[in-house]
Design a protein around this ligand. Structure first.
Ligand code: SF4
Length: 385
């Protein structure tokens, strides 16, 4: 077991205890549309067999709630966490079927815009209390609460940390202590920074760690490993997830890799990072979830990697996202962004939309834009020399 020199309090997620000197738990999430019962049930089987301590499932609507009820009846044993996405009002409906509720403070503004945030959090807390659930306050770089984004636009990491700390205070004030926090970004340096800052301020609150949209292996594993090595060796982190873009049948890899990283850290085996890692092309890709709109998304992410190999030495970030709900926002910071709909893939350059193309056409358009970016940077360099 990894020795920890921190004093997070212990919290209970069903029969699992995290925090304090408890073993670090390894989690994953179903990458399938929740209502697609056969494929989601298969995902749960795969994750359970891989030894997941917690399996997260996302819900968006009443039909997903029904699916969740069915899945809980089919799988009474695994510890389930539910992701409320943008619909916090589903909390009392899903809580009876799960052991933990994750809400994203950045999504609370979507419904009932005039209702105070504290009231919305209280609503979730009441659902958790009535059903003996834990809560995760899950702050994410791609969906920071607009108020914090505006106030901390010069330092978004501070915005994430302040938002998490403020939500902890709301829960403390409501006398609800069975909660943990996560602060995720697709940039491992920012994950390290955000979690260090938060932990300094709230050393008592258990932390769930992960690099969001880490992408395809092996790069996605390396990015996650760097963050986890830095944080866990400093005593920060009570649960982890390795978010990888993988075909559904291989989703158990997230758990296997997570355990490998933990056992390496425990044994003092720190992996060196390849020289020049991410100094050139960086491909970010989401791990997929219930919102994914076409299974071709995972293949597309791999095809993007293969097609762009020729540009490996250029410092360009390409983001590939699996849905039109989070895809547009999550690709804003990339040089080129792709987000996938049911039959079309949307292409963006920074925040500017360049149109949508079929899955068959998108690579050629991506290549054209990539070539333009590379050419413009070469021109800039020669103008400066
Ligand atoms: S981008 Fe969409 S499909 Fe991908 S993990 Fe985020 S919400 Fe799920």
């Amino acid at each position: 077991m990894i020795e920890k020199n921190r004093l997070t309090r212990k919290i209970k997620i069903g029969s699992l205890v995290i925090g304090g000197n408890s073993p670090i738990a390894v989690q994953s999430m179903t990458a399938t549309q929740t209502q697609d019962l056969d494929v989601t049930a298969r995902q749960i089987e795969i994750l359970e067999q891989a030894g997941a301590d917690v399996i997260r499932i996302a819900v968006d609507n009443e039909a997903d709630v029904k699916a969740l009820k069915f899945l809980r009846e089919k799988f009474p044993k695994p510890i389930f966490s539910v992701d409320l996405q943008e619909n916090y009002k589903l909390a009392p409906k899903v809580a009876p079927f799960v052991n933990k509720i994750r809400y994203n403070p950045g999504h609370l503004f979507h419904l009932e815009k005039n209702k105070p945030i504290r009231e919305k959090v209280k609503f979730i807390v009441n659902a958790a209390l009535s059903n003996d659930c834990a809560i995760r306050i899950g702050v994410n770089c791609g969906s920071i609460d607009p108020d914090y984004k505006e106030k901390f636009k010069e330092d978004l990491i501070e915005g994430m940390v302040r938002c998490a700390v403020d939500h902890c205070e709301i829960l403390d004030d409501l006398n609800f202590m069975n909660y943990c926090v996560s602060l995720k970004d697709s940039d491992f340096d920012k994950v390290i920074d955000a979690n260090r800052r938060f932990s300094k301020e709230r050393p008592d609150v258990p932390l769930h760690l992960g690099v969001t949209e880490a992408g395809l292996p092996p790069e996605g594993i390396i990015k996650t490993r760097i963050a986890l090595e830095q944080l866990i060796s400093a005593g920060i982190g009570d649960t982890i997830r390795v978010s990888l873009t993988l075909p559904n049948e291989q989703k158990g890899e997230e758990i296997k890799v997570g355990r490998e990283i933990l056992s390496d850290i425990e044994a003092g085996r720190f992996r060196s990072v390849p020289k020049n890692f991410l100094e050139g092309l960086n491909i970010i890709a989401c791990p997929s979830c219930s919102r994914v709109e076409n299974d071709k998304f995972v293949d597309l992410a791999e095809e993007v990697r293969q097609m762009t190999k020729y540009a490996e030495s250029h410092k360009v970030t390409i983001a590939v996202m699996g849905c039109r709900v989070n895809g547009p926002g999550e690709t804003d910071d990339a040089d080129l962004g792709l987000w996938c709909g049911p039959s079309r893939v949307n292409l963006k350059k920074g925040t500017e939309s360049l149109g949508s193309y079929s899955y068959e056409e998108i690579l050629e358009h991506l290549k054209t834009e990539l070539d333009l970016i590379i050419a413009s940077r070469v021109d800039q360099k020669s103008a400066m020399s």
